[in-house]
Write a protein that binds this ligand. Structure first.
Ligand SMILES: O=C(O)CCC(=O)C(=O)O
Ligand SMILES: [Fe+2]
Length: 227
């Protein structure tokens, strides 16, 4: 399942984040790559664990914590500390699949990557190219969102970022382990959650059917979740 998470940051939030990362030192993006993606990757990143990455990463995690849509769609168990990348003119990230296991440098924190996320941090009209292209069984999705908006997509998908031909594309990207490993199971829970939310709005939280369906949601979660 691929889902856009709009308005993770408002304009002021994007500016605060950009002030931190734009002032920092960037390095060749291949420092975090596995062997296969190193062949495809042409971009720059903030060094993992640098002060700027940590400070800006904490802002991203805080924003995720404020988003009920992110929680419902991802059902996050462990989130990898957010990283930051930028692609200047001619830079690109060719087709690859994300590593299944990510280990935070210098620590024993590790996750299985179930979901990948890109938070767009540059207005789309400020650059050409730089689309995130995700292949799934229903076809190819091309994503380029306003600054402050994010997209969540299965880490199992083949994906790439098309070459930037004007301007600079800046983003935060990271992976997470979900309480629900299987994408199809997670989707069922998401659909049920959204329907229950709508029904709650229409009928109120003390309606008997709403209570029963909320029970079904939690009982499926109890059955399927790693916690
Ligand atoms: O820049 C992006 O939107 C995606 C980056 C990516 O796919 C990766 O770092 O594995
Ligand atoms: Fe990737």
């Amino acid at each position: 399942m691929m889902i856009a998470i709009p308005d993770l940051f408002d304009a002021a939030g994007v500016s605060r984040l950009r002030a931190i990362i734009d002032a920092a030192e960037w390095v060749d993006g291949n420092v975090t790559s596995g062997h296969q993606s190193a062949l495809a990757k042409r971009n720059e990143q903030l060094p993992e664990g640098s002060d700027a990455a940590r400070q800006a990463g904490a802002m991203v995690l805080e924003a995720l914590g404020r988003s009920p849509l992110f929680f419902a769609a991802a059902l996050p168990l462990k989130v990898f500390p957010p990283l930051f990348n930028r692609y200047g003119e001619g830079q690109t990230f060719g087709t690859h699949v994300d590593n299944a296991i990510r280990i935070q440098r210098g620590t024993d924190f590790r996750i299985r990557s179930d979901l990948s996320m890109t938070v767009f941090l540059e207005p789309p009209e400020a650059y050409d190219g730089g689309e995130l292209v995700v292949e799934d069984h229903f076809g190819v999705q091309r994503v380029k969102l306003p600054a402050g908006h994010a997209v969540l997509y299965p880490s199992s998908s083949l994906h790439h970022v098309t070459p930037v031909t004007r301007g600079v594309r800046v983003a935060s990207f990271f992976w997470l382990q979900s309480m629900i490993r299987d994408d199809g199971d997670r989707r069922i829970l998401f659909d049920l959650d959204q329907a229950v939310q709508r029904l709650t709005g229409e009928l109120g939280g003390s309606d008997r059917s709403v209570i029963e369906l909320t029970g079904v949601y939690h009982n499926l979660l109890r059955r399927w979740a790693d916690a």
